[in-house]
Design a protein around this ligand. Structure first.
Ligand code: TRP
Length: 332
């Protein structure tokens, strides 16, 4: 059975985009893989986080993942900072990766923006830590969104250079499991921008803890164009907002654009939006309820995470110890 690793940042309540783009797929992958699911708080502090808020958000993210169906018994759910191996291997990878490789990372350029000089060194070295996350477990498959593809290529470059430099065949080649474009959920205010937890407008996204009224209101206010829905999928090509709403509907009903338009094509947005809002409430309300139930007993969530960290460390520690031996660290 192949081992899967994936991570999600604890930066606020996840959105519908995180759910359809990542979390829902994680749950499906549990059927036929051995999975490690990691809340990546070390990655989160590459930009400043309020300490209290970070603690709270880490626990909340874990609760949401559990509520969505992440299975902490047959698989492993844990916090990155709770397993020392990540930071230990990341340091070694900092010394393997080349400046030139990191300079090509488009996400750093996007995130650092114009004020590059003021970005943290951690933000720059972020992909090395991500490589360590995966290689510390010899995981071979990594579900990610398309925006993380370049980071996985870097993780493979690091593994190859390590193996070459130390004359071993130790770190494995990893294969991205890229989540389909159907799962790419866009902002409700601008169909060309990704739905994001960090968008200043709360109206741009559905949060996994939004209540039914909020969901209905956000969908009613979602940007659209004046035309009715097309009857064929091709008719969505130049209509990003319409395509986004149809895509969300398709993802939630496990069909495609054509499938949704067979039922709703030719309708005005009014009735379609109300069907979409009902569907969202039906799918998301149980998740919000379960999250609330779990968070009522934070100690129980923490116990799940502690158990996950112990089992994760049992896999990663020997692998990282071997990497340290290969590098030449003396176990004095
Ligand atoms: N960088 C990933 C993101 O922002 C999160 C992440 C951290 C991750 N470590 C990982 C994803 C390891 C996959 C594997 O989406």
């Amino acid at each position: 059975m192949q081992r899967i690793f994936s991570g999600i940042q604890p930066s606020g309540i996840p959105t519908l985009g995180n759910y359809l783009g990542a979390i829902r797929n994680w749950v499906k992958l549990q059927d036929d893989h051995e999975c490690l699911w990691c809340v990546v708080d070390l990655h989160a502090i590459t930009v400043f986080q309020d300490p209290k808020a970070l603690q709270q958000q880490s626990r909340e993210m874990a609760a949401v993942l559990l509520a969505c169906g992440v299975d902490p018994h047959n698989h492993i759910l844990f916090l990155q900072s709770n397993v020392r191996a990540h930071a230990q291997l990341a340091w070694i990878f900092n010394c393997v990766a080349r400046l030139g490789w990191l300079n090509r990372m488009t996400q750093f350029k996007d995130k650092a923006g114009k004020d590059r000089e003021n970005a943290s060194v951690g933000l720059y070295a972020y992909p090395n830590l991500m490589a360590a996350d995966i290689h510390a477990y010899h995981a071979t498959r990594v579900p990610v969104g398309d925006d993380q593809r370049q980071h996985l290529e870097l993780a493979n470059d690091i593994a190859q250079k390590f193996n070459h430099d130390y004359g071993v065949d130790f770190f494995k080649n990893i294969e991205p499991v890229i989540m389909g474009p159907a799962a790419r959920v866009m902002s409700l205010r601008d169909g060309t921008k990704k739905m994001s937890k960090s968008d200043p407008s709360d109206q741009s996204r559905i949060n996994l803890n939004d209540d039914a009224d909020t969901i209905a209101l956000k969908i009613r206010r979602a940007k659209t164009d004046p035309e009715p829905l097309p009857t064929e999928a091709e008719g969505l090509a130049q209509r990003p907002e319409a395509r986004n709403l149809v895509g969300i509907y398709a993802a939630l009903t496990d069909t495609d654009h054509a499938g949704v338009l067979a039922e709703h094509g030719g309708k005005n947005f009014g009735p379609f939006k109300s069907a979409l809002a009902d569907l969202l409430v039906e799918k998301l309300a149980p998740i919000a309820d379960e999250t609330r139930r779990l968070l009522a007993d934070p100690g129980a969530v923490d116990a799940v995470l502690r158990n996950g960290a112990e089992r994760a460390a049992a896999i990663a520690d020997p692998i990282v110890a071997e990497a340290e031996r290969l590098v030449g660290f003396l176990r004095a």
